[in-house]
Ligand binder design. Structure first.
Ligand code: ZN
Ligand code: ZN
Length: 283
């Protein structure tokens, strides 16, 4: 029942139907994005990024914590979320822990837009503001590499070593935007955080695809309509754009055809619709 797509070096595996459930795993980054459903295979991953508190994004977190126990995981996972929802989520987990007579523990990390946390090695996660009726965040996974400063490139190795020994600051940081995640938001997120448009892989909601939902109605619900993606076609610099959180108004079997008919070729060839291969949604 899981959908798996490959976007550059990353595998994106999970389920996403707008308003129903969304949870995606990116195994190469050891990340789970949202927990609206609890795929068994996501139980082995130790960091979960939550976009917001709507049930289709957090409703299956308790089940995912239970699956972790089946995987033999004893350490609580890191669960990154908007700072405003930490207390409410902890209270919900406390109530469910009572119900289960078993503690649903998480290492909760509240973030504000612009905050960064270290993931592992040279990877970090940066929070960006998204626009939804409840506290919400998008995330950018950044690889921060240190490299020789431009003025020292081309110098012979021994001289570089000598200068380094003498205590000169020889290196500088470069941020490579690896993967971005923005769901349940107005499209203005792209204007507010243009780094989303530069990430190697952008995973973004596109809940509505044609006039079965008007642009006005999509905006009223704080969701992105394909019309708005098309309007900005030449702004996306991403190598791959994974469109997810598709409404059940559309059957998975028709999504690719709608994109083919509507999206300019230069953008369409970089878009990967995150829908199952089946004609109809499962379940
Ligand atoms: Zn949603
Ligand atoms: Zn939502």
């Amino acid at each position: 029942m899981l959908t798996t797509v490959t976007a550059g070096p990353y595998t994106i595996r999970g389920v996403s139907v707008g308003g129903v459930y969304t949870s995606l795993a990116v195994p190469e980054l050891h990340l789970v994005l949202d927990a609206g459903i609890s795929p068994r295979s996501s139980g082995g991953i130790d960091t979960i990024l939550l976009s917001h508190g709507h049930a289709d994004h957090v409703g299956a977190l308790p089940a995912l914590l239970g699956i972790r126990a089946l995987h033999g995981k004893v350490k609580p996972p890191r669960v990154v979320m908007p700072a405003e929802i930490v207390d409410d989520l902890q209270a919900a987990l406390a109530a469910l822990s009572k119900l289960q007579r078993w503690e649903l523990a998480i290492d909760a990390i509240g973030m504000m837009p612009g905050d960064e946390i270290e993931l592992r090695g040279d990877l970090l996660v940066r929070a960006v503001r998204t626009f939804h009726p409840v506290p919400s965040l998008g995330y950018i996974v950044v690889r921060r590499v240190s490299k020789l400063r431009a003025e020292f490139r081309g110098l012979p190795g021994p001289e570089i070593a000598a200068r380094r020994l003498a205590g000169e600051a020889m290196t500088e940081h470069e941020d490579r935007l690896e993967l971005a995640y923005a769901t349940d938001t107005l499209v203005s997120v792209l204007d507010h955080s243009p780094d989303l448009l530069k990430a190697r892989v952008l995973i973004m909601e596109c809940t509505f695809l044609d006039d079965r939902k008007t642009l006005e109605a999509a905006r009223a619900g704080c969701h992105i309509h394909l019309d708005e993606v098309i309007e900005r076609a030449d702004k996306f610099l991403n190598e791959h754009i994974v469109l997810m959180h598709c409404s059940q108004l559309y059957q998975p079997g028709e999504v690719a055809a709608i994109l083919d008919a509507r999206v300019p070729h230069a953008l369409r060839k970089r878009i990967i619709p995150f829908v199952p291969k089946s004609e109809h949604w499962p379940g």
